[in-house]
Unconditional design. Structure first.
Length: 336
């Protein structure tokens, strides 16, 4: 049995920053995550993707943000159960919870904070016959390391920010030898500045932009060698390529969390914005996994939610102690 003050379910940026805020109040944290390393999506899906809305960093790579958060949390000696998913939660004596993973590891704490992001993810796959045969053989649903595509011919499909951003990045950084962006419509769902950037690159002949088209087939002997692209009116054409990267987003699911008796609304956990507590006293939800009026799914908002939640957790763990806010600029940071 692993015993701690706060069990944090989810080791993404919000969970990691919560370690720091809890540590300032001398509360120990232990984190559970199904991924084999801390960082959540920032580590697993887009470690090399720049993030622009972290205060104090005009631009920071997602992986570097995780490294910084781990360094910031290090003085407070957090524990980690990685590669295991939180499966069940049980209320026990002394007003505590036991969280058990899918591999049977048990964690006991008076406070549980769910920082599971959007939950469990699966890629949205296009309806292309035999697509699974080429997975990891030229078909990738996420870009983890852009260097993997150095000197390669890439066909990206999609009309959202991810497709636009990666088409721009692989082109601007001169990583891919050729980038083709395929979208089934003539208009895009992404940010206007990204759309304009793609249009400018297409006009300059640096991106092969194909709109009103879809990838309908993949060809190749044991790996991707070509894709068939169909236009709504003009018919089909075969395009030679090394990689087909359909970036249609990920399908989130709360997974086992949905069965824990929490109030759920539109695949998210309803919280009280006073302290981001759930309908079960002692359980909080912070970051993208929660919902409330005016919710913004931004990392910086999750940082705020975690900060407020640990203040409430301190009062719950130590009802007889008065917590006086102390600024780190005055007191510094003292670890365990």
């Amino acid at each position: 049995m692993i015993k701690t003050d706060i069990v944090i379910i989810g080791a993404g940026p919000v969970g990691l920053f919560t370690i720091f805020e809890a540590g300032l109040l001398k509360l120990k944290c232990h984190l559970i995550d199904s991924l084999p390393q801390p960082g959540g999506q920032c580590s697993e899906i887009y470690p090399k993707k720049p993030i622009y809305d972290i205060p104090g960093f005009p631009s920071i790579l997602a992986g570097d943000l995780v490294d910084n958060l781990m360094e910031q949390a290090a003085p407070f000696k957090p524990g980690f159960t990685l590669g295991e998913a939180a499966s069940t939660i049980e209320k026990v004596a002394d007003d505590k919870f036991i969280v058990t993973t899918d591999k049977g590891t048990k964690h006991e704490a008076p406070i549980v904070m769910i920082a599971g992001g959007l939950g469990v993810f699966e890629p949205r796959k296009p309806p292309v016959e035999n697509l699974e045969l080429y997975e990891d053989k030229g078909v990738e649903y996420i870009i983890k390391d852009p260097e993997f595509y150095r000197g390669k011919d890439c066909v990206i499909a999609g009309g959202g920010d991810s497709a636009l951003d990666w088409a721009i990045f692989l082109t601007d950084k001169k990583i891919a030898s050729k980038v083709t962006l395929v979208h089934r419509r003539s208009s895009f769902r992404g940010h206007l500045d990204s759309v304009q950037k793609v249009m400018d690159l297409a006009d300059a002949g640096k991106i092969n932009l194909l709109t009103d088209r879809e990838v309908v087939a993949i060809g190749g002997d044991g790996k991707v060698e070509n894709v068939t692209i169909e236009h709504k009116k003009e018919g089909k054409e075969v395009l030679a390529t090394d990689h087909f990267i359909p970036l249609f987003g990920l399908k989130p699911s709360l997974g086992p969390i949905a069965d824990w008796g929490l109030e759920i609304e539109k695949n998210a956990i309803v919280v009280d914005t006073v302290d981001y507590s759930t309908n079960i006293p002692g359980i909080y939800a912070i970051g993208d996994v929660n919902t409330y009026t005016g919710k913004l799914k931004l990392i910086l908002c999750g940082f705020h939610e975690g900060t407020i939640a640990v203040q409430s957790a301190f009062a719950r763990i130590h009802p007889d102690k008065k917590n006086i806010l102390k600024y780190t600029t005055v007191n510094g940071v003292t670890g365990f």
